[in-house]
Design a binder for this molecule. Structure first.
Ligand SMILES: [Zn+2]
Length: 158
């Protein structure tokens, strides 16, 4: 999706639609599996040295439980998304897909627990987590990629 900066009116450009889940380009073994198109409803404003994007994003995903490693359904929903983009001198267009993709991936819960998102469901390996909770509590602060790699390695062992 290419947006030409000169096409953005002063009152803002409203865009609404869907992006295919192929924009994520993730490995099927990734802990994040897109499960359908991303829907967006955004307004784009142009400034002298950049553009501002604001609106809502959402879409269906399957996320890998950080405890039992099973995938569970997760509906991503970012009702108040904003992103500011610097533009270079002479730049005539940009692709908001890049911002949408990155911010959704960053906004998804990292190392989620399946029973945090499904009512009445108990993670089958929850008892294991109770025993190791003290040791694993210093995992917070790692970034998303590190977290995923850790669980990916566990997946191969089991
Ligand atoms: Zn689980």
């Amino acid at each position: 999706m290419e947006i030409f900066i000169e096409d953005i009116p002063t009152e803002g450009l409203h865009l609404k639609g869907e992006l295919p889940d192929t924009i994520f380009g993730l490995d099927p073994k990734d802990s994040i599996r897109p499960a359908g198109p991303v829907h967006y409803s955004i307004d784009i404003y142009s400034f002298e040295d950049g553009v501002s994007l604001t609106g809502s994003l959402g879409g269906p995903f399957q996320l890998q439980c950080g405890t039992c490693l099973e995938y569970f359904d997760f509906e991503a929903n970012f009702p108040n998304w904003t992103s500011n983009l610097d533009t270079e001198e002479g730049q005539i267009s940009f692709d908001p897909t890049i911002e949408i993709r990155e911010d959704i991936l960053m906004g998804l819960p990292s190392s989620p627990r399946c029973d945090d998102f499904a009512e009445g469901h108990v993670c089958p390996k929850a008892h294991l987590l109770e025993e190791t909770r003290d040791e694993s509590s210093d995992d917070e602060g790692e970034d998303d990629d590190d977290g995923r790699n850790v669980w990916g390695a566990l997946d191969q062992i089991s």
